[in-house]
Ligand binder design. Sequence first.
Ligand code: PMP
Ligand code: GLN
Length: 378
Amino acid sequence: LASKLPAVGTTIFTVMSQLASELGAVNLGQGFPDFDCDPRLLDAVNEAMRDGHNQYPPMAGVPALREAIAAKMEALYRRRYDPLGEITVTAGATQAIITAVLAVARAGDEVIVLDPCYDSYVPNIELAGATPVRVPLTPHSFRPDFDRIAAALGPRTRAIIVNTPHNPSATAWTREDMLRLQELLAPTDVLVISDEVYEHMVFDGCEHQSAARFDGLAARSFIVSSFGKTYHVTGWKVGYVAAPAPLMAEFRKVHQFNVFTVNTPMQHGLARYMADPRPHLDLPAFYQRKRDLFRQGLAGSRLRLLPSEGSYFQCVDISAVSELSESEFCLWLTREIGVAAIPLSAFYGNGFDQRVVRFCFAKRDETLRSALERLSRL
Ligand code: PMP
Ligand code: GLN
């Protein structure tokens, strides 16, 4: 059988988690919390099930959840999305992104991604029959390079996928970055898929710069987020997308035939839980403390810490520790030191000249301490 995705193997996250579990290593590779969610959220889902919310919900999602999402976005980003026609609940951000790509990109179109990028984007674009155009972020500092983005824009550009806070680099776009993007796209009809799954993890008092805050971007954007990240329930696979009605109409044409709907009791439970904004408002401080604990623990090692402005990731430069490539180093680290990490090369096409690996600090303090103890040998 001729593969539709010949360059694709098993994702690095699956590979490293499997290896970590086989070897009993501390798994700071794949991004997921090793602690439980708020028991009130579990109660809310259980209540929803007992209340009989166990059949198909409306295709676009449970109305109360869509209303709660609209209220949260309005409170944070000062833009009102109509829950009826502008918000859809998805099976995680992963489904939101591929559905948006399939809805807008076709053969002959180009879709820009900024390298390094989350590993599903490029295969998503290829499955749509469109051509991915990889534009590098600035070397070492991972900032958007607007001259290179401008040079990549052309008559065939259908969309650009942006991601802030950024996986894997843990950088976050500034207001000026968003204004530059808005200005650059103003004369075009290029759409934006804005992956904002780490919207509630921005540190040091900075604010998340959602595309929803900017009129010119919001008008052309699918804004994607994920309850898995925000409420520590990555296994639930519930997320959402917000977009202006004409874009959402196209999104739903695809959504109804790839998942149709997302599980009902979780949606009801999430809607009830979202009535209290504290869980997402408290998240930056919660993760900043873990980030700082992890950074302080590494300060004495020869791993060079890169900035972590947002997300639950910390990248380190391994040059002073090892001659190995990023991926060989991650295998060695898992086997010999007992800590799993993710090589940045997994997020690139060809061509990168740095030696950086990513750790996830969404872990219990004792997990982080145990990893730090092992890493202190480096
Ligand atoms: N985008 C980014 C940048 C991510 O890091 C992730 C999760 N690792 C996703 C999308 C997918 O989110 P979900 O688990 O909700 O499908
Ligand atoms: N998004 C998570 C990460 O970057 C992993 C999700 C997955 O395993 N697909 O680590």
